[in-house]
Design a binder for this molecule. Structure first.
Ligand SMILES: [Zn+2]
Ligand SMILES: [Zn+2]
Length: 182
C-alpha cells in the first residue's frame, strides 16, 4: 500500500496512541485509517458529544497538508475536510472506500480536541457549515479589534456576552442604539 501523498513509499503497520491500527508512512509520518478498522475502534470508544468547533489551533500543518492525495486502495482523489477556523489543516477521506488520511501530527491535534473519534463527521455538511460560521465569527472579532483596538474590543465582547445571557439584555442593546443613533 502506497503513501497517498508520496509516490513509491510503502505504508507499514502501526498502532496509534488510543489503540487504533493504521498504515503509517515512514517517510512523511502520515497515517492511513482503513474504514473497517476505524469503525470497529470507534464503536469501542466512550460515546462523546460533538465538541465545539475549534478556533486557532496553534499548530503548524505538515508541508504535505496541501498536497493532492490519492487513495492507496482505489487510486481516486481524496476529498478534504477543514479543521480549525484560523490556521486550519485538512483531513482527507476517500469518497469510495471511506478510508481516511491524517498528515503528520494531525491525529494528535484531533485527539487533543476530542475529534479523533468523530473524523467521519468532519466531512458532514453540518460540521462544515458550523466551521464556516466559526470562521466568520473569528474574522468579525479580528475586524473589530482592528477598528477599535484590543482593549475596547475585549470590553465589547464581554459586554455582548453579558447582554446575551441576561434575560433583559435587549434593554441594554436598545439603550446603546439610542445613545449612538445620531
Ligand atoms: Zn508519506
Ligand atoms: Zn478508496
Amino acid at each position: 500500500m502506497e503513501c497517498p501523498k508520496e509516490r513509491g513509499i510503502e505504508l507499514s503497520d502501526h498502532v496509534l496512541p488510543g489503540g487504533l491500527a493504521v498504515k503509517h508512512c515512514p517517510s512523511c509520518a502520515g497515517n492511513w485509517l482503513p474504514v473497517e478498522d476505524y469503525t470497529v475502534w470507534q464503536q469501542q470508544q466512550p460515546a462523546a458529544n460533538t465538541p465545539a468547533v475549534p478556533a486557532d489551533l496553534s499548530y503548524t500543518p505538515s508541508l504535505l497538508d496541501s498536497r493532492t492525495a490519492l487513495c492507496p486502495n482505489c487510486r481516486g482523489f481524496l476529498s478534504r475536510a477543514r479543521v480549525g477556523s484560523a490556521n486550519p489543516f485538512y483531513v482527507e477521506r476517500c469518497p469510495q472506500c471511506g478510508g481516511m488520511w491524517c498528515d503528520r501530527g494531525e491525529w494528535e491535534v484531533l485527539a487533543g480536541l476530542g475529534l479523533h473519534t468523530l473524523i467521519d463527521q468532519l466531512f458532514s455538511s453540518d460540521w462544515q457549515s458550523r466551521m464556516r460560521e466559526r470562521e466568520f465569527t473569528t474574522r468579525e472579532r479580528l475586524a473589530l479589534i482592528d477598528k477599535l483596538g484590543s482593549d475596547l474590543a475585549q470590553q465589547i465582547f464581554a459586554l455582548a456576552e453579558q447582554l446575551e445571557k441576561h434575560p433583559n439584555g435587549d434593554f441594554g442593546v436598545a439603550y446603546l442604539m439610542r445613545r449612538l443613533d445620531k
